[in-house]
Design a protein around this ligand. Structure first.
Ligand SMILES: Nc1ncnc2c1ncn2[C@@H]1O[C@H](COP(=O)(O)OP(=O)(O)O)[C@@H](O)[C@H]1O
Ligand SMILES: [Mg+2]
Length: 226
């Protein structure tokens, strides 16, 4: 029998709706998903099917109406707001489609601020930026960096606090194909060299091929096959 905490992240029987009455949209409909420790999982599905909603619920940025989210075997879905915020800060990293780097801060300070918010110091940031090949430009503001450099900084910021799980919502969605390929290579390397668990939402076949497993979202649920 598989022990429940062989999974770093589990969604069990999630239901989530928006709106009410005739305008009600039932987005997650009894969704189950098990994420293995150290895997690079891609979730594919048509636009509007609820992929971002799922990522928000699993990343404790939104609450589920029913069901539970477990991190490392512990149900975190019923915890109070401040306890959830603490888990989100410590255990979860995010990469956004448009990076969301803070434009008035240098690359280095973007990473440092993300750590400071989590009560962490900036030890190791320089090495991380070196390993991402942006140490030499990290004093520049994002607007003075290439798209490739910005995305490498966004990945560095997403993993600097060593989160248990890195969540990425269509990270290649606004990139040209060369930058998309580079970002996927970086995510694969982060997965392999650091053992970083990654859950990535994507529309792209190339992105799905970079992952170690692909699942599909349809009718508010997850399926192993398209
Ligand atoms: N905060 C919200 N309020 C109302 N409806 C929402 C909200 N977030 C998402 N939705 C609706 O839920 C559905 C799924 O959205 P989303 O999770 O963003 O899908 P995807 O990421 O797969 O494109 C869509 O119909 C969307 O309009
Ligand atoms: Mg989305």
């Amino acid at each position: 029998m598989t022990r429940s905490n062989d999974y770093i992240l589990e969604a069990r029987g999630l239901h989530k709706s928006f709106g009410s009455g005739p305008a009600r949209v039932h987005v997650l409909r009894g969704l189950d998903l098990h994420v293995h420790r150290g895997e690079f999982l891609a979730i594919m599905g048509p636009s509007g099917c609820g992929k971002s909603t799922l990522l928000h619920v699993m990343g404790l940025m939104a609450r589920t109406d029913e069901g539970s989210v477990c991190i490392d075997g512990a149900d975190v879905s019923q915890l109070g707001e401040s306890h959830q915020a603490e888990i989100r800060r410590r255990q979860i990293g995010f990469i956004f489609q448009r990076f969301n780097l803070i434009s008035v801060l240098s690359g280095y300070d973007n990473v440092k601020l993300s750590l400071a918010i989590r009560g962490l110091g900036s030890e190791g940031v320089q090495e991380l930026l070196q390993s991402m090949d942006v140490a030499g430009v990290a004093f520049r503001k994002p607007g003075q960096l290439s798209i490739g450099q910005q995305q490498r900084l966004a990945v560095a910021r997403g993993i600097a606090h060593n989160p248990a799980i890195l969540l990425a919502d269509e990270p290649t969605g606004s990139l040209d194909s060369a930058n998309a390929t580079e970002l996927l290579g970086l995510l694969s390397r982060t997965n392999q060299e650091r053992g970083q668990t990654i859950v990535m939402i994507t529309h792209s076949d190339e992105a799905a091929r970079a992952a170690s497993r692909v699942v599909h979202m349809r009718d508010g649920r997850i399926f192993e096959h398209a």
